[in-house]
Design a protein around this ligand. Structure first.
Ligand code: 13P
Ligand code: SF4
Length: 327
């Protein structure tokens, strides 16, 4: 058996096609006392074996409170890193270390430190989609579920810097009327939805409601009947009287929406070009095979210097305290 990790970022081992991978994953999870947390943007097969599926806030809360010995995070790097920041006593493993995030990549900690220094009187609110280095330079972390709730708690006289997502930042400015300085980052999935194709779908499905994530560009959000985080979009579809929905976020969320409401129709909003799908290439680096190998070898593991972890923890704890009860 050949097992390598450092260069590839994931365990490279051929999985026997005759192996009952579901049974093996279940056995290893129980034997090692592992909790499998999965984001809505994971492929359906991974969502189906998760102990908890959720948005960034729900996943962070679960990671902080789990009594498992190992957290297997089926998501991207910043999510697993946040789990480690919140619960350092646990071993946190991620199926593929290369599962990054374009938003986190758009905001290097050293450039962000300069930006912050140029605005010393500003309070820094950072979206959770950033590195531990950027979290450590922030005053409060937010997610798409609680961002508006948090901004509304900041005194009107306090200037705010928001990073790294310009689309979420601009949406927050419109929602709250606050004049914030916004870092110029964007999500490669949400910034590529096509307004032209969305309008075409609205003509084709005139009864459909448009549900959009606030990481989408403003022209897409203008067409939305509802704007919210993944969990809010899911809940809205469940509770709505409507039976058709055009969904402008990563299409992995449609798996749970279709399970929740088998009688309703969910149509993914398409990007302008390419494969006509809206999958996050980072999220989709995780596969069932990598989940299995990650469980088997307990690698790749997320590690963090304690000094950095503690600095990154403070703004996350502020978020948790300021958004208790928000979901
Ligand atoms: P939420 O699930 O918290 O809405 O975040 C969406 C996202 O893009 C995660 O990368
Ligand atoms: Fe990052 Fe966008 Fe992928 Fe979410 S969907 S992990 S924001 S690149």
């Amino acid at each position: 058996m050949q097992m390598t990790l450092p260069l590839a970022g994931f365990v490279q081992e051929t999985v026997d096609p005759a192996l009952d991978i579901y049974a093996e994953i279940a056995r290893l999870k129980q034997e090692k006392n592992v909790v499998l947390l999965a984001h809505y943007y994971q492929e359906p097969a991974i969502q189906d074996i998760a102990d908890f599926i959720g948005d960034s806030l729900g996943l962070s809360r679960h990671a902080a409170s789990t009594d498992a010995d190992i957290i297997l995070f089926a998501g991207v790097h910043f999510m697993a890193e946040t789990a480690k920041i919140l619960n350092p006593a646990k071993k946190v493993i991620l199926p593929d270390l290369n599962a990054g995030c374009s938003l986190a990549d758009s905001c290097p900690a050293d450039a962000f430190a300069d930006f912050r220094e140029r605005h010393p009187d500003h309070l820094v609110i950072s979206y959770i989609n950033c590195t531990a280095g950027v979290k450590a330079l922030s005053d409060i972390i937010c997610t798409s579920t609680n961002a508006e709730h948090l901004v509304r708690q900041i005194s009107e006289s306090q200037p705010i810097l928001f990073a790294p997502d310009r689309n979420l930042g601009r949406w927050l400015i419109r929602q709250t009327g606050r004049d914030m300085k916004v870092w110029d980052g964007a999500c490669i999935v949400h910034e590529t939805f096509s307004e032209r194709k969305l309008v075409g779908l609205k003509v084709q499905y005139p009864q459909a409601l448009v549900l959009a994530h606030p990481e989408c560009e403003t022209p897409i959000l203008r067409h939305a009947d509802f704007i919210g985080s993944t969990s809010a979009i899911r809940r809205h579809a469940r509770e709505s009287e409507a039976s058709q929905f055009i969904v402008a976020t990563e299409e992995g969320i449609l798996h749970q929406m279709r399970k929740d409401c088998p009688g309703k129709q969910f149509i993914p909003a398409p990007p302008e070009s390419g494969c006509n799908c809206s999958q996050c290439p980072h999220m989709r680096l995780n596969t069932l095979e990598k989940v299995y190998l990650c469980l088997k070898h307990e690698q790749p593991e997320i590690t963090l210097e304690e000094e950095l972890r503690l600095r990154a923890l403070t703004p996350i704890e502020r978020m948790m305290a300021m958004s208790a009860g928000v979901s």
